[in-house]
Design a protein around this ligand. Structure first.
Ligand SMILES: NC(=O)c1ccc[n+]([C@@H]2O[C@H](COP(=O)([O-])OP(=O)(O)OC[C@H]3O[C@@H](n4cnc5c(N)ncnc54)[C@H](O)[C@@H]3O)[C@@H](O)[C@H]2O)c1
Ligand SMILES: O=C(O)C[C@H](O)C(=O)O
Ligand SMILES: [Mg+2]
Length: 599
């Protein structure tokens, strides 16, 4: 066969694997498959039904995860149809919480995939960082469709969810996040690149595990870490100049360090700091509307002062300043933090990590609170935000006291640590202890709750950055701003708050239902692009012209309004990737490839 003939056959074969039993007779003939697959020619709905039945029949969540991982390798389109058609069932498997369990077991359940035409991603050791161009070349060759990646999620596995340092086993997180990028925001799956920096681990359990797949060394010092990550990032941006980098689940010091180093040099953001700030603000705006007290009377107590806690508080402060004209010092004074040593104050007597200094209290006199309980009594908060990784940190006593302290205002409780085994409390606990008055959202989804006295069913909010990172990524890969500013993220948070349907609002919900995540993501991406153009950070004339011609709010040129027009939204939606929903699309594609001259 000639080279051109062979390449045509390869392309049709690729379509064939996506079509499976839906493959039409003509294609079966071209690929010499007659008699090699069942004769019945199905449509996708039947295939999808079978796939969902198989998914449901797996007895454990981890087995469901493995089923999905295999399906992703076998038939990418069917995988994403399953995710999209059954988001509420499938997302908690490929993403939080089950992805956490999969990560803990990653070296044991690692599939025997040879990375040929189906590369999983990059596994980069410290040695590889010195030969990173070779790794990039190898990756390029391994990709079936030879297109450059447009987005990477990169971790070093040092703080995976609330599970701590799990080294190379953290690879499940970039994989899961990128699958949500495709499902929620329509990024092209062939252009997503998961990366784990396999720089060692300080986790003794894994260092002693014979099946552990990562480098068996403890983590390097800071200098080596930053030099190696700089080499990797510099080479990636050189090879793929428009690449968007999402930093994920780095230990807190490095999370802030990497963001400071790179945020104004290239297209990147940190999901745990900025994505989480965005999603929590979005739901908090809705909670503020329902709380029943003036915004400036909120007293917000954070339990946990890591990358997520500090990232969220900074986002809320920015919002109070811009939206309510509250002076910065006054806005900051609405926040208190507790970490593992107690309430964070400037005169606590220990050396505070740099990222905690900003929110350290100066008005506490001689008072130092050692525990969450003591701090609660001292602060008398209206809102309790958990980003501590401490399971059940919001115990019955704390939740009951919070309720008593807020007889008129509705208390806000956001237990945000992931996965559910780390959540500070459950929805049911929060409802029971607050006479069902709580305004609630958690990082991992909790079941709905039926109020025993009334029989009313209440749906809890899910404040997980999955509502925001896909749209920040979609907006950034489409419009390609010079870099991502906090005000672009703020616009996304406001668009999230604006995205609630009338039905969701009337039921007092704080977040849109997950089934609508794709529609919502496109709205948020449109708000991101609109804001990026307003800030004059976008060079692409297509988006500049479109936004300028369709400016949603002409009076407020630089406003962080979270608004966009239908025209901009329409344009975003047409550019989102979807798995083929009908076989016809494949037939047309394969005939066009088989007969390239019949145009
Ligand atoms: N919902 C979301 O979208 C989302 C996003 C990002 C992070 N998170 C979750 O947030 C959690 C924290 O992430 P991080 O990056 O900030 O981690 P981190 O380890 O840097 O921060 C944890 C913080 O909790 C404090 N802490 C530990 N024990 C405590 C105790 N007994 N009492 C009070 N404080 C205590 C620590 O001192 C630290 O400040 C993780 O579980 C992560 O999964 C959720
Ligand atoms: O991964 C998640 O579910 C959210 C967040 O990024 C986290 O680190 O917990
Ligand atoms: Mg994370």
């Amino acid at each position: 066969m000639s080279e051109a003939g062979e390449s045509r056959r390869n392309s049709i074969e690729l379509i064939g694997t996506k079509a499976g039993t839906a493959m039409p007779a003509e294609m079966r003939d071209v690929l010499n498959l007659k008699g090699l697959i069942p004769a019945s020619i199905e449509d996708f709905s039947k295939q999808d039904l079978r796939a969902f039945q198989q998914f449901k029949s797996k007895p454990t969540d981890l087995e469901k995860y493995e089923f999905m991982a295999n399906l992703r390798c076998l038939n990418v389109n069917m995988f994403f149809r399953l995710v999209l058609n059954h988001f509420r069932d499938v997302a908690p498997i490929i993403y939080t919480p089950t992805v956490g369990e999969a990560c803990l077991n990653y070296s044991h359940i690692y599939p025997f995939i040879y990375p040929c035409k189906a590369s999983v991603g990059m596994f980069i050791t410290l040695d590889d960082a010195d030969n990173i161009d070779t790794v990039i070349e190898n990756y390029r060759h391994s990709m079936a469709e030879h297109v450059d990646p447009e987005i990477t999620v990169i971790t070093d596995g040092s703080r995976i969810l609330g599970l701590g340092d799990i080294g190379i086993n953290g690879m499940g997180i970039p994989i899961g996040k990128l699958q949500l990028y495709v499902a929620a925001a329509g990024l092209n799956p062939g252009r997503t690149l998961p990366i784990v920096l396999d720089f060692g681990t300080d986790n003794k359990k894994y260092l002693n595990d014979p099946l552990y797949l990562g480098t068996r060394e403890t983590r390097p010092d800071d200098k080596t870490f930053y030099e190696a990550t700089d080499k990797v990032l510099t080479a990636l941006y050189r090879a793929f100049p428009d690449l968007l980098v999402q930093f994920e689940d780095f230990s807190t010091d490095h999370a802030f360090g990497l963001l400071d180093r790179w945020r104004k040099k290239a297209l990147c953001f940190n999901d745990d700091i900025q994505g989480t700030g965005c999603v929590v603000l979005g739901g908090f705006i809705s909670a503020l509307r329902l709380a029943g007290i003036p915004v400036e009377n909120q007293r917000i107590l954070f339990v946990g002062a890591g990358s997520a806690g500090v990232g969220v508080a900074k986002q809320l402060v920015d919002y109070f300043i811009l939206e309510y004209n509250i002076p910065e010092e006054q806005a900051k004074a609405m926040f208190w933090f507790v970490d593992s040593h107690g309430m964070i104050t400037a005169n606590r007597g220990d050396k505070l990590a740099q990222h905690k200094v900003h929110f350290a209290r100066h008005d506490n006199g001689d008072t130092q609170c050692k525990s969450i309980e003591e701090t609660l009594e001292y602060v008398k908060p209206t809102a309790l935000i958990g980003l501590s990784t401490i399971h059940k940190a919001f115990n019955e006593k704390i939740l009951t006291r919070l309720n008593e302290m807020n007889p008129t205002a509705r208390p806000i409780v956001f237990p945000l640590s992931n996965p559910d085994t780390k959540a500070e409390c459950t929805f049911e606990e929060a409802m029971r202890c607050t006479n069902n008055r709580v305004l609630f959202a958690s990082g991992t989804a909790f079941p709905e709750y039926t109020i025993p006295e009334t029989g009313d069913l209440v749906i809890p909010g899910q404040a997980n950055n999955m509502y925001c990172f896909p749209s920040i990524g979609l907006g950034a890969t489409l419009a390609k701003p010079k870099w991502i500013t906090d005000t672009m993220i703020l616009a996304v948070a406001k668009a999230l708050a604006n995205s609630l349907s009338e039905d969701e609002k009337s039921l007092g919900e704080l977040y849109p239902r997950v089934e609508r995540i794709r529609d919502v993501a496109s709205e948020l991406a449109a708000a991101f692009i609109t804001q990026a153009v307003r800030e004059e950070m976008v060079k692409e004339s297509h988006w500049v012209d479109l936004v300028k011609k369709n400016m949603p709010d002409k009076g407020h040129d630089k406003a962080v309004s979270g608004h966009f027009t239908k025209r901009i939204l329409g344009e975003v939606r047409t550019l989102m990737w979807s798995p083929a929903s009908s076989v016809e699309q494949y037939i047309v594609e394969s005939i066009a490839i088989a007969n390239p001259d019949d145009t």
